[in-house]
Ligand binder design. Structure first.
Ligand SMILES: [Zn+2]
Length: 232
């Protein structure tokens, strides 16, 4: 960067300081959306290195998965919660990309994701996506796919019915609530493929389970799952 451009950037940062999306401290040159301290100290799960991790166990007996991982532990009031909140409600599309790249680097290192052919994201209802302007899971998927060097397919897995709030429901009624909510619009695009499905956070796994069922019904070869965070 030449000296004038650097001075201009410094001046802009002074007038409009950029803040870390996790701790709200000031970002410095070279930091993108998350400060170096937070990047270093976030509660990483290392689930990508372990087949039988707790996120994977959530789907045992519910959905056949080739591999399941989530990058960070999610706790209430934590930096991870702030990151995901910023990603969802503050238009931080580049934060989604950066988190996706961090996740993608781990998937590449983990090795069990080497045969992935297509990346899909858990869809939002079209009305909600229009209101928000983007689907945060697609931003994450874009970052992951760039790392794995495979395409992201949007508009194939779709949500065609809005769901009522899930917070007070048990696991079974959550799944019942989600049955028939998702559909595959172009089965030819995914039939016989090894799919990686991306979500922002795995909580009960009901959403992913419902998506997974329609993907298997559409004839996919295998399903792997990756999320930014896992609720303990
Ligand atoms: Zn920070």
């Amino acid at each position: 960067m030449n000296v004038f451009l650097r001075l201009a950037t410094d001046l802009l940062n002074l007038l409009f300081p950029r803040l870390c999306n996790a701790c709200f401290g000031y970002l410095v040159q070279g930091e993108r959306n998350i400060c170096t301290n937070c990047l270093h100290d976030l509660p990483y799960t290392d689930y990508h290195l372990h087949n039988e991790n707790r996120a994977a166990k959530q789907f045992w007996g519910r959905l056949p998965c080739k591999a399941v991982t989530a990058m960070l532990y999610f706790r209430k009031g934590s930096r991870v919660q702030r990151l995901l909140h910023r990603l969802k409600y503050s238009g931080q599309i580049d934060l989604g990309l950066e988190l996706g790249q961090l996740l993608g680097e781990r998937l590449r290192a983990g090795g069990r994701y080497a045969e992935i052919e297509l990346v899909l994201a858990v869809p939002l209802h079209p009305k909600r996506e229009r209101m928000r302007g983007y689907n945060q899971s697609v931003c994450i998927a874009d970052g992951v796919a760039a790392c794995l060097n495979v395409p992201v397919l949007t508009g194939v897995l779709c949500k065609h019915r809005a769901t009522s709030s899930q917070t007070r429901k048990g696991r079974f009624s959550r799944y019942e609530n989600l049955k028939d909510v998702f559909e595959v619009r172009d089965t030819g695009a995914i039939r016989g493929k090894q799919i990686l499905l991306i979500d922002d956070v795995i909580t009960t796994g009901a959403t992913i389970e419902a998506c997974g069922q329609v993907l298997y019904d559409a004839g996919i070869e295998s399903l792997s799952i990756a999320a930014i965070a896992f609720t303990e």
